[in-house]
Design a protein around this ligand. Structure first.
Ligand SMILES: NC(=O)c1ccc[n+]([C@@H]2O[C@H](COP(=O)([O-])OP(=O)(O)OC[C@H]3O[C@@H](n4cnc5c(N)ncnc54)[C@H](O)[C@@H]3O)[C@@H](O)[C@H]2O)c1
Ligand SMILES: [Zn+2]
Length: 367
């Protein structure tokens, strides 16, 4: 019998709001019981996309549920699709205590969550994440959004679900590239673990070294534990800083670089995870240049990234352009880029006094 995990997320800022994240195998078999445990809804609206519906519609048996199947792709994460969800909620006469269920990856989760946040000023919302990225990252923490033509996730809210149900079995149908997208965020957690101030010492970094093959084989025991550790780390950060006033920024390790790579290649060449993989290397470079970490840790961490093959070779991007795009990143405050930089084993600091030369050097070693 493979262990399943039940993790509590507590948001003290929100009148001690708390919810459960369930992680394990075969959770979908009891999905009707679970959603009814966490929501007193009379009706459920299950929001998914064509791909996930094609693979798993038969596995989800929820009484009193209607389905809305959206087209698949980040390009549909917009107002038009959001309206389709809200229209379906109106058409199905959902009431405030009724529940929108997001069944899919981060795109479905973010959009369905935003619809739930705004429908009748907030109806119930449950996440059933189906990609590794969604299970370890996007379904935890309550950020929901749609894209605007001028920026990703520009329009959104903080809206926490009633529960998250992460069934490890669904990861089997992900292709390797999608799996690696999740793995990039997981390696990121390993590099920030100490700064998450989690109640337990999970030693994620060592876990990743020990279980690499099991992870690529999707060993259910190992994957359940891995997803649990990552959710626990993210939850610990979110518990302390729900709305990114401070600590939550550490989750952006590698992301200032990654956003520049994605933007310079029009979001078409690399997955988010591939850009993050390269961004993690650049952040480690910066840390070494600044003397914040020693060569031993630097080499070990770069090796781990290479072993997981999450950072592809990127063609020569123009360094000047790269730097300018980084400055446009929404995390640049008062014209200064705030970098999350490793400052010791598994820990990071937020610094803003980094010179242009140092940034350029950190980029160029990866180009
Ligand atoms: N809210 C947050 O805190 C947060 C954090 C990180 C990322 N995000 C958002 O998440 C999105 C990316 O999420 P994603 O990587 O899950 O992308 P995605 O939702 O587009 O899913 C990736 C692909 O996998 C398919 N898929 C989903 N589940 C599958 C399964 N079990 N088997 C086979 N294929 C499956 C999808 O249909 C899609 O084609 C972005 O829009 C990003 O902005 C949000
Ligand atoms: Zn990310």
């Amino acid at each position: 019998m493979i262990q399943s995990y039940n993790l509590k997320v507590d948001i003290p800022q929100k009148n001690a709001y708390s919810y459960d994240i369930l992680i394990g195998c075969n959770l979908l078999d009891s999905v009707d019981e679970l959603v009814n445990k966490y929501s007193f809804a009379n009706k459920f609206l299950i929001v998914t996309n064509e791909k996930v519906a094609g693979l798993y519609k038969d596995k989800i048996a929820i009484d009193k549920a209607n389905w809305l199947v959206l087209p698949d792709g980040e390009e549909y994460k917009n107002f038009e699709t959001l309206k389709l969800i809200l229209d379906a909620a109106v058409k199905n006469k959902l009431e405030r205590k009724d529940c929108i269920v997001a069944f899919g990856g981060g795109v479905v989760g973010d959009m369905a969550g935003f619809a739930a946040a705004t429908y009748m000023r907030g109806c119930d919302f449950i996440q059933i994440p189906t990609t590794l990225l969604a299970q370890v990252d996007s379904s935890v923490g309550g950020k929901v959004a749609v894209n605007h033509e001028d920026g990703k996730n520009l329009i959104g809210a903080f809206y926490q679900p009633k529960a998250v149900i992460a069934d490890i079995n669904v990861l089997k149908t992900l292709d390797l590239r999608q799996l690696k997208t999740g793995l990039s965020e997981i390696l990121k957690y390993a590099l920030i673990e100490k700064s998450c101030a989690a109640p337990l010492n999970y030693r994620l970094y060592d876990f990743l070294i020990q279980h690499k093959q099991d992870i690529f084989d999707l060993n259910p025991e190992v994957m359940s534990k891995l997803v649990h550790i990552c959710c626990a780390l993210k939850a610990s950060v979110v518990n302390q800083d729900e709305t990114e006033k401070g600590l939550r920024a550490i989750l952006n390790l590698g992301h200032t670089y990654a956003h520049a790579i994605e933007s310079l290649t029009n979001y078409t060449t690399y997955t988010h995870g591939e850009a993050v993989g390269v961004g993690l290397k650049m952040a480690l470079n910066l840390a070494l240049i600044r003397g914040l970490i020693d060569k031993g840790y630097f080499e070990q961490a770069i090796n781990l990234i290479d072993e997981y093959q999450i950072a592809p070779k990127i063609p020569k991007l123009d360094k000047e352009e790269f730097y300018n795009v980084m400055f446009l990143d929404k995390k640049a405050k008062n014209g200064k880029i705030r970098f999350v930089v490793p400052n010791g084993m598994y820990s990071v600091a937020i610094v803003s006094d980094i010179s242009k030369e140092q940034v350029m050097e950190s980029i160029s070693t990866c180009l």
